[in-house]
Design a protein around this ligand. Structure first.
Ligand code: F6R
Length: 252
């Protein structure tokens, strides 16, 4: 594993560092494939990228994007769908060509066929040059939940109670959280040339520690990243607190 760890003071600094690393990739390769994530963690980085785009410092015109996941059963127009999230948090504010943005279709009549299509799409794009990941409190990446094996392909997953509870904050109640999602598998994530994992807050400290200092096990899906040869972890002090306590060297 070749890994760089940036420890930032707080969420704002973490977001700025992550945005810088994404911008560097887009500047280096204007037609790069960006693997994108949703959730609370990347919102600040997306805001920063939109500012740089609007200032004319960065263009996404040639970028292709592939998102990690989508809730099964939610329409793109549903305000909790991940397509809607991407539109409102990033795509509507930058010059990306919407035809070049890809999110699994949560409404596909046959979800397994949609998963196979999505897997083939990501493969045909040559996989992500940079895959942005958030981290679940249970160690999930995308919606690859703790499980007894690593699932390589894009697949339909039953969300765990921990994920349903964590995501209930976005819905009227936990009962409204979809029980299933379509998620990129571990194969596409690991095929990305570089992985950028971002984490913020004390409630991610155990997951960060388990992912990078624990055993490689599908019970902590992010632990597979120990086998990737180019991982950058950007976290705030709270999220990295257990790594730092274990003496893992970090860049400040
Ligand atoms: C979202 C995704 C998830 C989140 C994770 C952390 O596309 O793939 O793995 O990254 O659940 O979510 P937040 O950032 O809300 O803590």
């Amino acid at each position: 594993m070749i890994m760089r760890i940036y420890q930032e003071a707080d969420y704002a600094a973490m977001s700025r560092r992550a945005a810088n690393l994404i911008a560097a990739e887009v500047i280096r390769k204007p037609n790069c494939v960006l693997g994108l994530a949703t959730g609370s963690t990347p919102v600040g980085a997306y805001k920063q990228l939109a500012v740089w785009n609007q200032q004319g410092d960065l263009s996404f015109k040639e970028v292709q994007s592939v998102n990690l996941d989508e809730y099964k059963g939610l329409a793109p127009s549903h305000d909790q769908s991940y397509r809607y999230f991407m539109q409102t948090n990033l795509f509507d504010h930058i010059d990306i060509d919407i035809a070049k943005t890809h999110v699994p279709d949560g409404l596909a009549a046959d979800a397994d066929t949609e998963c196979a299509r999505y897997d083939e799409l990501v493969r045909s794009l040559g996989y992500a040059d940079l895959q942005l990941l958030g981290l679940g409190r249970n160690g999930h990446i995308g919606f690859n939940e703790p499980c007894d094996r690593f699932v390589k392909e894009t697949h339909v997953v039953d969300l765990t109670q921990s994920t349903i509870d964590a995501n209930a904050r976005f819905f009227a109640s936990a009962d409204d959280v979809p029980r299933q999602a379509l998620t990129m598998g571990i194969g596409c994530i690991m095929a990305a040339r570089r992985v950028l994992l971002i984490a913020s807050g004390e409630d991610k400290a155990d997951a960060v520690y388990n992912a990078f200092c624990g055993p490689i096990t599908p019970q902590c899906p992010a632990s597979i990243l120990q086998l990737h040869n180019d991982v950058v972890l950007v976290g705030d002090k709270a999220a990295l607190s257990k790594l730092a306590a274990a003496g893992v060297p970090v860049c400040e």
